[in-house]
Design a protein around this ligand. Sequence first.
Ligand code: NDP
Length: 449
Amino acid sequence: MFKSEYLNRVYAEVEHRDAHEPEFLQAVREVFESLELVVDQHPEWEAVGLLERFVEPERVIEFRVPWVDDSGKTRVNRGYRVQYNSAIGPYKGGLRFHPSVNLSVIKFLGFEQVLKNSLTTLPMGGGKGGSDFDPKGKSEAEVMRFCQSFMTELYRHIGQFTDTPAGDIGVGGREVAYMYGQYKRIVDRFEGGVITGKGLTFGGSLARTQATGYGLCYYAAEALKHLKGDSFEGKTVVVSGSGNVAQYAAEKCTQLGGKVVAMSDSQGYVYDPKGIDLKKLFDIKQKRRARISVYANEVPGSEYVEGCRNIWKVKCDVALPCASQNEMDVEGAKSLIANGCMGVFEGANMPLTPEAIALIQSSGLLYSPGKASNAGGVATSGLEMTQNSMRLSWSFEEVDEKLQGIMKNIYKACYDASVKCGKPGDLMVGANVAGFLKVAEAMMAQGVV
Ligand code: NDP
């Protein structure tokens, strides 16, 4: 499958051991396809089993999360923390609460996180965790009890110098706050740096909430400018999802002159030819925690369409998939191409299937993998930890300025690596190779551990 015998051998081992983990295998395959371009220049990697170690998490923790619902019934969910790679810093990566969570999903996210964190240039290793708990439809008290039970096990595995979780799908400010409260109660120390995405009154960073979506747009704007001599100005944009990443991607690209005409949730999408009314969207999603279909009921001239995958049929210049993995398949990619789309920039982790990526790239559209374009979230989490250690708070403008600088640097690192690999402008190859080389160098230096 790969030209390199070493990559073939390691991939075959992964496939054999983890045959039942499709998302994880997909992520490894994609990265190996890029490493193909550099592996022959580094015979020293094979000599010390570098790739064998790179694909294997340093530690996998799986645990029971018992909690009592409002009717008094005991429920049991499964919790995970995958501490993937600590070569360049303490494990860092979010927690996802969603019924689809399983070990394959958490391992793929952790694996991607290692490379993403490396790209940020901050000293953070990679990890990820979560649970198959679904916060939707649960009362406030049930969410609190679940978060407390989850942290009652997780606390023994984390710490500001060990492993520092954050949010992800289903884990926003509310869940982070409940988990931090329980952590603090158990260890009896105010260790702010143990988790990021905290509230502003207890050590959170300004602009962390906005960072992933804003960072995505800063990265996309940089790519549009550098590779196409263009910008968001006057562009029609489709943003899938309507959660944290999607909301602030929509806000920033609107500020940069784009018009967001469609957004979705897992049930369907809304189309508003005038441009999505963000105040209304934020009210529906942040305050009322309601379905996106409510938007079409309340905004004249907009319409609701069942089925979130149909969103890619909406004509646009720029597509920002910000919902979940494998949300865009070949059909979606074909629709974007037929409608003259210029570029796809991933806000979510691995939202395009491998076939969709191949089609998008071979059709000459710009394409950026999430590990590069959505790295602004974890980068700002890194900035939150810095502020916690320094015991001070930067202004929104200071954090936002640092975020812009980081996203520009990530873009440059990806582009430069793509050139070195003989594939100028292939930001997927650039992200994988640039992210990996730093981790590889640190792993080589630290010996067989
Ligand atoms: P949220 O929980 O805030 O929002 C998720 C959104 O995606 C919701 O609109 C949800 O709809 C939708 N969604 C979830 N699952 C599916 C699915 N299977 N098909 C279609 N839509 C779905 O999560 P975030 O915005 O935080 O995360 C979105 C993506 O961005 C994820 O891939 C995450 O890993 C990635 N990411 C997040 C970062 C962050 O800082 N939060 C950082 C970097 C990456 P519904 O409400 O109906 O479930």
